[in-house]
Design a protein around this ligand. Sequence first.
Ligand code: AHR
Length: 532
Amino acid sequence: MMSNTRALKPAWLIAIALLFPVMGFAAAETTAVRVELSLRHDRPGAKINRELYGQFAEHLGRGIYEGIWVGEDSKIPNTRGFRNDVLAALKELRIPVIRWPGGCFADEYHWRDGIGPRSARPVRVNTNWGSVEENNAFGTHEYFDLVEMLGAQAYIAGNLGTGSPHEMAEWLEYITSDSHSTLAELRRKNGRDKPWKIAYWGVGNESWGCGGNMRPEHYADLYRNYTSFLKTPNDNHPQFVASGGYNDLTVWTEVLAKNIPSNIDGISHHYYTIPTSVWEKKGSATGFPEEEWISTLEGALKMDGYIQANRKILEKRDPDNKVKLYVDEWGTWYDPAPGVREGSLYQENTLRDALVAAINFTIFHKHADRVRMANIAQTVNVLQAMILTDGAKMVRTPTYYAFKMHLPFQDATFLPVEIKKSARYMLGGHEVPSAMVTAALGRDGKIHIALTNLDPNKAAAVAVDLQGYAATVARGLILTADRMDAANTFDRPDNVKPRPVEYKIGPAGLHVDLPPKSFVVLSLESKTGDIR
Ligand code: AHR
Protein backbone atom coordinates (compact mmCIF):
# COMPACT_ATOMS: atom_id res chain seq x y z
CA MET A 1 0.00 0.00 0.00
CA MET A 2 1.37 3.39 -0.93
CA SER A 3 1.87 6.28 1.40
CA ASN A 4 -1.12 8.56 1.53
CA THR A 5 0.10 11.14 4.02
CA ARG A 6 -1.32 14.54 3.25
CA ALA A 7 1.17 17.29 3.98
CA LEU A 8 -1.30 20.11 4.17
CA LYS A 9 -0.97 23.29 6.14
CA PRO A 10 -2.93 23.06 9.40
CA ALA A 11 -5.48 25.60 8.16
CA TRP A 12 -6.28 23.41 5.17
CA LEU A 13 -6.43 20.35 7.35
CA ILE A 14 -9.05 22.00 9.46
CA ALA A 15 -10.95 23.31 6.45
CA ILE A 16 -10.97 19.94 4.71
CA ALA A 17 -11.84 18.07 7.92
CA LEU A 18 -14.84 20.35 8.25
CA LEU A 19 -15.83 19.71 4.64
CA PHE A 20 -15.62 15.92 4.71
CA PRO A 21 -18.99 15.24 6.32
CA VAL A 22 -20.63 17.67 3.87
CA MET A 23 -19.05 15.97 0.87
CA GLY A 24 -20.01 12.54 2.12
CA PHE A 25 -16.32 11.72 1.87
CA ALA A 26 -15.92 9.84 5.16
CA ALA A 27 -18.76 7.48 4.29
CA ALA A 28 -17.54 6.99 0.74
CA GLU A 29 -13.94 6.31 1.70
CA THR A 30 -14.85 2.93 3.21
CA THR A 31 -16.18 1.79 -0.16
CA ALA A 32 -13.58 3.42 -2.39
CA VAL A 33 -12.94 1.80 -5.75
CA ARG A 34 -9.31 0.99 -6.52
CA VAL A 35 -7.67 2.37 -9.61
CA GLU A 36 -4.10 1.54 -10.61
CA LEU A 37 -2.25 3.56 -13.22
CA SER A 38 1.18 3.66 -14.75
CA LEU A 39 2.59 6.94 -16.05
CA ARG A 40 4.62 6.46 -19.24
CA HIS A 41 6.76 9.58 -19.08
CA ASP A 42 9.24 7.71 -21.28
CA ARG A 43 6.78 7.77 -24.21
CA PRO A 44 5.92 11.42 -24.88
CA GLY A 45 3.25 12.02 -27.49
CA ALA A 46 1.92 15.06 -29.34
CA LYS A 47 1.85 18.64 -28.21
CA ILE A 48 -1.47 19.54 -26.60
CA ASN A 49 -2.18 22.62 -28.68
CA ARG A 50 -3.35 25.42 -26.41
CA GLU A 51 -6.17 26.09 -28.86
CA LEU A 52 -7.85 22.96 -27.46
CA TYR A 53 -8.87 25.34 -24.66
CA GLY A 54 -10.57 27.71 -27.08
CA GLN A 55 -13.85 29.57 -26.73
CA PHE A 56 -16.84 30.33 -28.90
CA ALA A 57 -18.84 33.58 -28.53
CA GLU A 58 -21.88 34.08 -30.76
CA HIS A 59 -24.44 36.84 -31.18
CA LEU A 60 -26.96 34.81 -29.23
CA GLY A 61 -29.00 35.64 -26.14
CA ARG A 62 -26.90 37.63 -23.67
CA GLY A 63 -23.62 36.14 -24.87
CA ILE A 64 -22.16 39.25 -26.48
CA TYR A 65 -24.58 42.03 -25.49
CA GLU A 66 -24.78 42.31 -21.67
CA GLY A 67 -22.37 39.41 -21.18
CA ILE A 68 -19.25 40.90 -22.77
CA TRP A 69 -20.29 44.19 -24.31
CA VAL A 70 -22.37 46.79 -22.42
CA GLY A 71 -21.30 49.89 -24.34
CA GLU A 72 -19.31 52.88 -23.14
CA ASP A 73 -22.34 54.59 -21.59
CA SER A 74 -23.24 51.67 -19.32
CA LYS A 75 -23.24 52.09 -15.54
CA ILE A 76 -21.43 48.75 -15.41
CA PRO A 77 -17.71 49.56 -15.20
CA ASN A 78 -16.26 48.99 -18.65
CA THR A 79 -13.30 49.55 -20.91
CA ARG A 80 -14.37 50.95 -24.28
CA GLY A 81 -17.71 49.18 -23.74
CA PHE A 82 -16.37 45.82 -22.49
CA ARG A 83 -17.35 44.81 -18.94
CA ASN A 84 -14.29 45.08 -16.71
CA ASP A 85 -15.37 42.21 -14.44
CA VAL A 86 -15.82 39.80 -17.35
CA LEU A 87 -12.59 40.91 -19.02
CA ALA A 88 -10.62 40.35 -15.80
CA ALA A 89 -12.13 36.90 -15.28
CA LEU A 90 -11.51 35.87 -18.89
CA LYS A 91 -7.90 37.09 -18.76
CA GLU A 92 -7.24 34.58 -15.97
CA LEU A 93 -8.20 31.76 -18.36
CA ARG A 94 -5.46 32.73 -20.84
CA ILE A 95 -7.92 32.08 -23.65
CA PRO A 96 -5.97 30.97 -26.72
CA VAL A 97 -8.64 31.58 -29.38
CA ILE A 98 -12.20 32.89 -29.64
CA ARG A 99 -14.52 31.88 -32.48
CA TRP A 100 -17.00 34.58 -33.60
CA PRO A 101 -19.64 35.75 -34.73
CA GLY A 102 -21.43 32.34 -34.86
CA GLY A 103 -22.65 29.65 -35.07
CA CYS A 104 -25.84 29.89 -37.04
CA PHE A 105 -25.59 33.68 -36.77
CA ALA A 106 -22.49 33.65 -38.98
CA ASP A 107 -24.29 32.58 -42.14
CA GLU A 108 -26.64 35.57 -41.98
CA TYR A 109 -24.04 38.09 -40.83
CA HIS A 110 -22.92 40.79 -43.22
CA TRP A 111 -19.72 42.29 -41.94
CA ARG A 112 -20.32 45.79 -43.32
CA ASP A 113 -23.26 46.10 -40.88
CA GLY A 114 -20.78 46.10 -38.01
CA ILE A 115 -18.28 48.79 -38.99
CA GLY A 116 -18.31 52.59 -38.90
CA PRO A 117 -20.06 54.91 -36.45
CA ARG A 118 -22.34 52.83 -34.23
CA SER A 119 -25.22 55.26 -34.56
CA ALA A 120 -25.26 54.61 -38.31
CA ARG A 121 -25.10 50.83 -38.16
CA PRO A 122 -28.23 49.05 -39.39
CA VAL A 123 -30.56 47.11 -37.11
CA ARG A 124 -31.23 43.55 -38.26
CA VAL A 125 -33.32 40.69 -36.92
CA ASN A 126 -31.39 37.78 -35.42
CA THR A 127 -33.61 35.16 -37.03
CA ASN A 128 -31.79 32.21 -35.56
CA TRP A 129 -31.95 33.27 -31.94
CA GLY A 130 -35.34 34.55 -30.83
CA SER A 131 -35.76 37.12 -33.63
CA VAL A 132 -34.29 39.78 -31.35
CA GLU A 133 -33.00 43.04 -32.77
CA GLU A 134 -29.31 43.09 -33.59
CA ASN A 135 -28.04 46.66 -33.58
CA ASN A 136 -24.55 45.68 -34.71
CA ALA A 137 -22.86 47.69 -31.95
CA PHE A 138 -20.40 44.82 -31.65
CA GLY A 139 -18.68 44.28 -34.98
CA THR A 140 -15.27 43.61 -36.47
CA HIS A 141 -13.40 46.37 -34.61
CA GLU A 142 -14.98 45.41 -31.27
CA TYR A 143 -14.18 41.72 -31.83
CA PHE A 144 -10.53 42.39 -32.52
CA ASP A 145 -10.37 44.79 -29.58
CA LEU A 146 -11.59 41.90 -27.41
CA VAL A 147 -9.15 39.29 -28.73
CA GLU A 148 -6.25 41.72 -28.45
CA MET A 149 -7.15 42.65 -24.87
CA LEU A 150 -7.34 38.95 -23.98
CA GLY A 151 -4.20 38.02 -25.90
CA ALA A 152 -6.24 35.44 -27.81
CA GLN A 153 -6.09 34.44 -31.46
CA ALA A 154 -8.87 35.40 -33.82
CA TYR A 155 -11.15 32.81 -35.43
CA ILE A 156 -13.86 34.25 -37.66
CA ALA A 157 -16.61 32.15 -39.19
CA GLY A 158 -17.41 33.74 -42.54
CA ASN A 159 -20.83 33.86 -44.17
CA LEU A 160 -21.13 31.21 -46.87
CA GLY A 161 -24.88 30.62 -46.47
CA THR A 162 -26.24 34.04 -47.47
CA GLY A 163 -23.03 35.79 -48.46
CA SER A 164 -20.89 35.60 -51.56
CA PRO A 165 -17.24 34.89 -52.35
CA HIS A 166 -16.92 38.62 -53.04
CA GLU A 167 -18.27 39.65 -49.63
CA MET A 168 -16.11 37.13 -47.79
CA ALA A 169 -12.99 38.11 -49.74
CA GLU A 170 -13.62 41.78 -48.98
CA TRP A 171 -13.98 41.12 -45.25
CA LEU A 172 -10.66 39.31 -45.22
CA GLU A 173 -9.06 42.15 -47.17
CA TYR A 174 -10.50 44.72 -44.73
CA ILE A 175 -8.93 42.79 -41.85
CA THR A 176 -5.54 41.91 -43.30
CA SER A 177 -4.56 44.38 -46.00
CA ASP A 178 -1.56 46.60 -45.30
CA SER A 179 -1.97 48.31 -48.69
CA HIS A 180 -3.68 51.59 -49.51
CA SER A 181 -6.66 49.86 -51.06
CA THR A 182 -10.05 51.45 -50.52
CA LEU A 183 -10.96 48.73 -48.00
CA ALA A 184 -7.72 49.11 -46.03
CA GLU A 185 -8.26 52.88 -45.98
CA LEU A 186 -11.83 52.34 -44.78
CA ARG A 187 -10.46 50.29 -41.87
CA ARG A 188 -8.06 53.15 -41.08
CA LYS A 189 -10.89 55.68 -41.28
CA ASN A 190 -12.80 53.50 -38.80
CA GLY A 191 -9.95 53.72 -36.33
CA ARG A 192 -7.55 50.88 -37.06
CA ASP A 193 -4.32 51.62 -38.86
CA LYS A 194 -2.48 48.30 -38.86
CA PRO A 195 -4.07 45.09 -40.13
CA TRP A 196 -5.24 42.66 -37.50
CA LYS A 197 -3.80 39.17 -37.16
CA ILE A 198 -6.25 36.46 -38.13
CA ALA A 199 -5.35 32.90 -37.19
CA TYR A 200 -8.38 30.89 -38.38
CA TRP A 201 -11.05 31.49 -40.99
CA GLY A 202 -14.18 29.33 -41.09
CA VAL A 203 -15.90 29.01 -44.46
CA GLY A 204 -19.49 28.80 -43.24
CA ASN A 205 -20.91 27.00 -40.23
CA GLU A 206 -23.02 23.85 -39.96
CA SER A 207 -23.67 23.94 -43.69
CA TRP A 208 -25.64 20.71 -43.28
CA GLY A 209 -28.24 22.68 -41.23
CA CYS A 210 -28.66 26.33 -40.30
CA GLY A 211 -25.75 27.25 -42.60
CA GLY A 212 -27.64 26.32 -45.77
CA ASN A 213 -29.06 22.79 -45.49
CA MET A 214 -26.53 21.48 -48.02
CA ARG A 215 -25.20 18.14 -49.08
CA PRO A 216 -21.47 17.74 -48.40
CA GLU A 217 -20.72 17.43 -52.15
CA HIS A 218 -22.37 20.78 -52.86
CA TYR A 219 -20.63 22.40 -49.90
CA ALA A 220 -17.26 21.03 -51.03
CA ASP A 221 -17.68 22.75 -54.40
CA LEU A 222 -18.73 26.01 -52.77
CA TYR A 223 -15.77 25.78 -50.40
CA ARG A 224 -13.37 25.40 -53.32
CA ASN A 225 -15.00 28.35 -55.03
CA TYR A 226 -14.96 30.68 -51.98
CA THR A 227 -11.43 29.86 -50.85
CA SER A 228 -10.04 30.57 -54.33
CA PHE A 229 -10.77 34.24 -53.67
CA LEU A 230 -9.65 34.46 -50.04
CA LYS A 231 -6.33 36.22 -50.39
CA THR A 232 -4.14 37.82 -47.74
CA PRO A 233 -0.58 39.04 -47.32
CA ASN A 234 1.73 36.01 -46.95
CA ASP A 235 2.55 36.71 -43.32
CA ASN A 236 -1.09 36.92 -42.26
CA HIS A 237 -2.73 33.93 -43.84
CA PRO A 238 -5.32 32.20 -41.63
CA GLN A 239 -5.87 28.49 -41.42
CA PHE A 240 -8.93 27.74 -43.56
CA VAL A 241 -11.57 25.68 -41.79
CA ALA A 242 -14.22 23.73 -43.68
CA SER A 243 -17.61 23.25 -42.06
CA GLY A 244 -17.87 19.55 -41.24
CA GLY A 245 -20.26 17.16 -39.58
CA TYR A 246 -21.66 16.54 -36.15
CA ASN A 247 -22.09 13.77 -33.60
CA ASP A 248 -21.41 10.35 -35.14
CA LEU A 249 -21.63 11.63 -38.75
CA THR A 250 -18.49 10.94 -40.74
CA VAL A 251 -19.78 11.56 -44.26
CA TRP A 252 -18.80 15.25 -44.16
CA THR A 253 -15.22 14.45 -43.23
CA GLU A 254 -15.13 11.73 -45.89
CA VAL A 255 -16.50 13.91 -48.70
CA LEU A 256 -14.55 17.04 -47.78
CA ALA A 257 -11.27 15.17 -47.39
CA LYS A 258 -11.86 13.53 -50.78
CA ASN A 259 -13.15 16.51 -52.74
CA ILE A 260 -11.12 19.43 -51.39
CA PRO A 261 -7.53 18.88 -52.47
CA SER A 262 -6.08 22.24 -51.40
CA ASN A 263 -6.77 25.41 -49.42
CA ILE A 264 -7.94 23.40 -46.44
CA ASP A 265 -6.24 23.29 -43.04
CA GLY A 266 -8.96 21.85 -40.87
CA ILE A 267 -12.42 20.35 -40.79
CA SER A 268 -14.82 21.44 -38.08
CA HIS A 269 -16.91 18.95 -36.11
CA HIS A 270 -19.65 19.72 -33.58
CA TYR A 271 -20.94 17.65 -30.71
CA TYR A 272 -23.20 18.74 -27.86
CA THR A 273 -23.80 16.61 -24.78
CA ILE A 274 -27.42 16.24 -23.73
CA PRO A 275 -28.61 14.10 -20.80
CA THR A 276 -31.28 12.21 -22.77
CA SER A 277 -31.52 10.89 -26.30
CA VAL A 278 -34.44 13.16 -27.22
CA TRP A 279 -33.50 16.66 -28.42
CA GLU A 280 -36.95 18.07 -27.55
CA LYS A 281 -36.60 16.81 -23.96
CA LYS A 282 -32.94 17.17 -23.19
CA GLY A 283 -33.20 17.36 -19.42
CA SER A 284 -32.67 20.03 -16.83
CA ALA A 285 -29.45 21.85 -15.95
CA THR A 286 -30.19 21.55 -12.22
CA GLY A 287 -32.31 19.38 -9.95
CA PHE A 288 -31.66 16.33 -12.12
CA PRO A 289 -31.75 12.71 -10.91
CA GLU A 290 -28.61 10.57 -10.65
CA GLU A 291 -29.66 8.81 -13.88
CA GLU A 292 -29.09 12.11 -15.69
CA TRP A 293 -25.76 12.63 -13.98
CA ILE A 294 -24.46 9.35 -15.37
CA SER A 295 -26.21 9.67 -18.76
CA THR A 296 -24.66 13.12 -19.23
CA LEU A 297 -21.17 11.88 -18.44
CA GLU A 298 -21.75 8.85 -20.63
CA GLY A 299 -22.83 11.23 -23.38
CA ALA A 300 -19.71 13.34 -22.93
CA LEU A 301 -17.56 10.23 -23.32
CA LYS A 302 -19.01 9.67 -26.79
CA MET A 303 -16.74 12.48 -27.99
CA ASP A 304 -13.90 9.95 -28.00
CA GLY A 305 -15.63 7.62 -30.49
CA TYR A 306 -16.77 10.49 -32.70
CA ILE A 307 -13.25 11.87 -32.94
CA GLN A 308 -11.87 8.39 -33.48
CA ALA A 309 -14.26 7.72 -36.39
CA ASN A 310 -13.40 11.02 -38.10
CA ARG A 311 -9.68 10.78 -37.57
CA LYS A 312 -9.72 7.27 -39.05
CA ILE A 313 -11.01 8.77 -42.29
CA LEU A 314 -8.44 11.55 -42.19
CA GLU A 315 -5.65 9.08 -41.49
CA LYS A 316 -6.60 7.25 -44.68
CA ARG A 317 -7.15 10.34 -46.86
CA ASP A 318 -4.46 12.53 -45.28
CA PRO A 319 -1.75 10.29 -43.84
CA ASP A 320 0.64 13.24 -43.51
CA ASN A 321 -1.70 14.87 -40.98
CA LYS A 322 -2.05 18.15 -42.86
CA VAL A 323 -5.79 18.51 -42.34
CA LYS A 324 -6.68 18.88 -38.67
CA LEU A 325 -9.93 18.21 -36.87
CA TYR A 326 -11.38 21.21 -35.03
CA VAL A 327 -14.13 20.50 -32.52
CA ASP A 328 -15.20 24.11 -32.70
CA GLU A 329 -18.50 23.63 -30.85
CA TRP A 330 -18.84 21.35 -27.83
CA GLY A 331 -20.45 21.38 -24.40
CA THR A 332 -23.69 20.65 -22.59
CA TRP A 333 -27.09 21.74 -23.84
CA TYR A 334 -30.12 21.49 -21.53
CA ASP A 335 -33.80 22.44 -21.70
CA PRO A 336 -34.34 26.13 -21.00
CA ALA A 337 -35.28 26.82 -17.37
CA PRO A 338 -38.76 28.32 -16.82
CA GLY A 339 -38.68 32.06 -17.41
CA VAL A 340 -35.59 31.99 -19.61
CA ARG A 341 -36.16 33.91 -22.84
CA GLU A 342 -36.84 31.70 -25.86
CA GLY A 343 -33.78 31.30 -28.04
CA SER A 344 -31.34 32.76 -25.51
CA LEU A 345 -29.83 29.39 -24.51
CA TYR A 346 -29.08 30.63 -21.00
CA GLN A 347 -28.56 27.68 -18.66
CA GLU A 348 -27.29 27.05 -15.15
CA ASN A 349 -23.88 25.46 -14.80
CA THR A 350 -23.08 22.91 -12.11
CA LEU A 351 -20.41 20.53 -10.90
CA ARG A 352 -21.72 18.09 -13.55
CA ASP A 353 -20.70 20.55 -16.28
CA ALA A 354 -17.21 20.88 -14.80
CA LEU A 355 -16.83 17.09 -15.00
CA VAL A 356 -18.07 17.13 -18.60
CA ALA A 357 -15.32 19.65 -19.34
CA ALA A 358 -12.69 17.51 -17.58
CA ILE A 359 -13.82 14.45 -19.58
CA ASN A 360 -13.57 16.38 -22.85
CA PHE A 361 -10.10 17.72 -22.04
CA THR A 362 -8.95 14.16 -21.32
CA ILE A 363 -10.30 13.04 -24.70
CA PHE A 364 -8.87 16.02 -26.62
CA HIS A 365 -5.41 15.40 -25.10
CA LYS A 366 -5.52 11.79 -26.28
CA HIS A 367 -6.16 12.94 -29.87
CA ALA A 368 -3.85 15.96 -29.69
CA ASP A 369 -1.93 15.02 -32.82
CA ARG A 370 -5.01 15.43 -35.05
CA VAL A 371 -7.41 17.51 -32.94
CA ARG A 372 -5.68 20.88 -32.78
CA MET A 373 -8.50 23.16 -31.71
CA ALA A 374 -11.69 22.89 -29.66
CA ASN A 375 -14.08 25.69 -28.74
CA ILE A 376 -16.55 25.35 -25.92
CA ALA A 377 -20.03 26.73 -26.53
CA GLN A 378 -20.12 29.40 -25.26
CA THR A 379 -18.11 31.95 -23.29
CA VAL A 380 -20.71 34.01 -21.37
CA ASN A 381 -24.43 33.43 -20.58
CA VAL A 382 -24.95 30.86 -23.35
CA LEU A 383 -24.98 27.04 -22.98
CA GLN A 384 -21.97 25.70 -21.01
CA ALA A 385 -20.67 29.13 -20.11
CA MET A 386 -17.55 30.17 -18.22
CA ILE A 387 -19.34 33.17 -16.80
CA LEU A 388 -22.94 34.10 -15.98
CA THR A 389 -24.08 37.68 -15.52
CA ASP A 390 -27.18 39.36 -14.10
CA GLY A 391 -27.08 43.12 -14.55
CA ALA A 392 -23.90 44.28 -12.83
CA LYS A 393 -23.42 40.90 -11.09
CA MET A 394 -21.15 38.17 -12.41
CA VAL A 395 -20.27 34.62 -11.34
CA ARG A 396 -17.58 32.22 -12.47
CA THR A 397 -19.15 28.81 -13.17
CA PRO A 398 -17.74 25.39 -12.21
CA THR A 399 -16.78 25.06 -15.91
CA TYR A 400 -14.71 28.24 -15.58
CA TYR A 401 -12.71 26.53 -12.85
CA ALA A 402 -12.30 23.38 -14.94
CA PHE A 403 -10.65 25.53 -17.62
CA LYS A 404 -8.52 27.37 -15.10
CA MET A 405 -7.33 24.21 -13.37
CA HIS A 406 -6.25 22.72 -16.70
CA LEU A 407 -4.06 25.71 -17.67
CA PRO A 408 -0.83 23.70 -17.19
CA PHE A 409 -1.93 21.46 -20.08
CA GLN A 410 -1.85 24.29 -22.63
CA ASP A 411 1.00 23.52 -25.04
CA ALA A 412 2.20 20.66 -22.82
CA THR A 413 3.40 17.35 -24.26
CA PHE A 414 0.99 14.44 -23.90
CA LEU A 415 2.18 11.56 -21.73
CA PRO A 416 0.31 8.26 -21.96
CA VAL A 417 -1.00 6.65 -18.79
CA GLU A 418 -1.69 2.92 -18.77
CA ILE A 419 -4.71 1.78 -16.82
CA LYS A 420 -3.73 -1.38 -14.90
CA LYS A 421 -6.86 -1.69 -12.82
CA SER A 422 -10.10 0.25 -12.89
CA ALA A 423 -13.80 -0.09 -12.17
CA ARG A 424 -17.08 0.90 -13.77
CA TYR A 425 -19.81 3.09 -12.36
CA MET A 426 -23.21 1.86 -13.56
CA LEU A 427 -26.81 2.92 -13.15
CA GLY A 428 -30.06 2.24 -15.02
CA GLY A 429 -28.43 0.82 -18.14
CA HIS A 430 -25.74 3.51 -18.24
CA GLU A 431 -22.09 2.80 -17.69
CA VAL A 432 -18.92 4.91 -17.43
CA PRO A 433 -15.44 4.31 -16.05
CA SER A 434 -15.16 5.24 -12.38
CA ALA A 435 -12.09 7.31 -13.01
CA MET A 436 -10.30 9.03 -15.88
CA VAL A 437 -6.75 10.28 -16.16
CA THR A 438 -4.63 12.44 -18.43
CA ALA A 439 -1.02 13.53 -18.03
CA ALA A 440 1.45 15.81 -19.78
CA LEU A 441 4.89 17.33 -19.51
CA GLY A 442 4.24 21.03 -19.13
CA ARG A 443 6.16 23.90 -20.64
CA ASP A 444 7.31 24.56 -17.06
CA GLY A 445 9.20 21.24 -17.14
CA LYS A 446 6.84 19.62 -14.63
CA ILE A 447 4.59 16.63 -15.11
CA HIS A 448 0.90 17.44 -14.64
CA ILE A 449 -1.75 14.82 -13.97
CA ALA A 450 -5.52 15.31 -14.03
CA LEU A 451 -7.67 12.65 -12.34
CA THR A 452 -11.46 12.58 -12.49
CA ASN A 453 -13.82 10.52 -10.33
CA LEU A 454 -17.10 10.18 -12.23
CA ASP A 455 -18.88 8.23 -9.49
CA PRO A 456 -21.05 10.50 -7.33
CA ASN A 457 -21.21 7.97 -4.49
CA LYS A 458 -17.84 6.29 -4.14
CA ALA A 459 -14.38 7.67 -3.58
CA ALA A 460 -11.58 6.36 -5.78
CA ALA A 461 -8.27 5.25 -4.31
CA VAL A 462 -5.93 5.98 -7.22
CA ALA A 463 -2.39 4.57 -7.21
CA VAL A 464 -0.08 5.97 -9.89
CA ASP A 465 3.15 4.11 -10.60
CA LEU A 466 5.47 6.92 -11.69
CA GLN A 467 7.84 4.49 -13.41
CA GLY A 468 10.88 5.83 -11.61
CA TYR A 469 10.10 9.50 -12.20
CA ALA A 470 11.79 11.41 -9.37
CA ALA A 471 9.16 13.41 -7.51
CA THR A 472 8.41 13.69 -3.83
CA VAL A 473 5.18 15.60 -3.79
CA ALA A 474 2.14 16.27 -5.96
CA ARG A 475 0.46 19.62 -5.49
CA GLY A 476 -2.57 21.07 -7.13
CA LEU A 477 -6.25 21.88 -6.94
CA ILE A 478 -9.37 19.79 -6.42
CA LEU A 479 -12.91 20.61 -7.50
CA THR A 480 -15.86 18.93 -5.83
CA ALA A 481 -19.06 19.86 -4.01
CA ASP A 482 -21.74 18.50 -1.75
CA ARG A 483 -24.31 18.00 -4.52
CA MET A 484 -24.20 16.78 -8.12
CA ASP A 485 -25.94 19.99 -9.19
CA ALA A 486 -23.99 22.37 -6.97
CA ALA A 487 -23.68 25.72 -8.72
CA ASN A 488 -22.32 29.19 -8.16
CA THR A 489 -25.24 31.55 -7.83
CA PHE A 490 -25.28 35.34 -7.66
CA ASP A 491 -25.94 34.95 -3.90
CA ARG A 492 -23.30 32.24 -3.40
CA PRO A 493 -20.70 32.93 -6.10
CA ASP A 494 -18.00 30.86 -4.38
CA ASN A 495 -20.06 27.76 -3.65
CA VAL A 496 -18.08 25.59 -6.09
CA LYS A 497 -14.45 26.58 -6.14
CA PRO A 498 -11.17 24.66 -6.36
CA ARG A 499 -9.21 24.06 -3.18
CA PRO A 500 -5.49 23.34 -2.83
CA VAL A 501 -4.41 19.76 -2.15
CA GLU A 502 -1.07 18.09 -1.66
CA TYR A 503 -0.08 14.42 -1.68
CA LYS A 504 3.27 12.98 -0.68
CA ILE A 505 4.84 10.55 -3.12
CA GLY A 506 6.21 7.37 -1.55
CA PRO A 507 8.61 4.75 -2.95
CA ALA A 508 5.70 3.04 -4.71
CA GLY A 509 4.46 6.22 -6.35
CA LEU A 510 1.58 8.61 -5.94
CA HIS A 511 -1.61 7.74 -4.11
CA VAL A 512 -4.61 10.02 -4.44
CA ASP A 513 -7.92 9.57 -2.64
CA LEU A 514 -10.39 11.19 -4.97
CA PRO A 515 -13.69 12.10 -3.34
CA PRO A 516 -16.87 11.11 -5.20
CA LYS A 517 -17.77 13.43 -8.12
CA SER A 518 -14.53 15.32 -8.20
CA PHE A 519 -11.44 16.02 -10.25
CA VAL A 520 -7.97 17.08 -9.32
CA VAL A 521 -5.12 18.58 -11.34
CA LEU A 522 -1.70 17.93 -9.80
CA SER A 523 1.88 18.91 -10.60
CA LEU A 524 4.66 16.54 -9.65
CA GLU A 525 7.49 18.25 -7.83
CA SER A 526 10.73 17.07 -6.37
CA LYS A 527 10.80 19.19 -3.23
CA THR A 528 8.29 19.71 -0.45
CA GLY A 529 7.32 23.22 0.53
CA ASP A 530 4.37 25.49 1.04
CA ILE A 531 1.33 25.24 -1.15
CA ARG A 532 1.35 28.15 -3.52
O1 AHR B 1 -24.02 27.13 -30.06
C1 AHR B 1 -25.34 27.27 -30.46
C2 AHR B 1 -25.59 26.79 -31.88
O2 AHR B 1 -25.36 25.43 -31.97
C3 AHR B 1 -24.71 27.37 -32.96
O3 AHR B 1 -25.14 28.61 -33.39
C4 AHR B 1 -24.81 26.36 -34.04
O4 AHR B 1 -23.66 26.32 -34.85
C5 AHR B 1 -25.05 25.06 -33.30
O5 AHR B 1 -26.12 24.36 -33.84
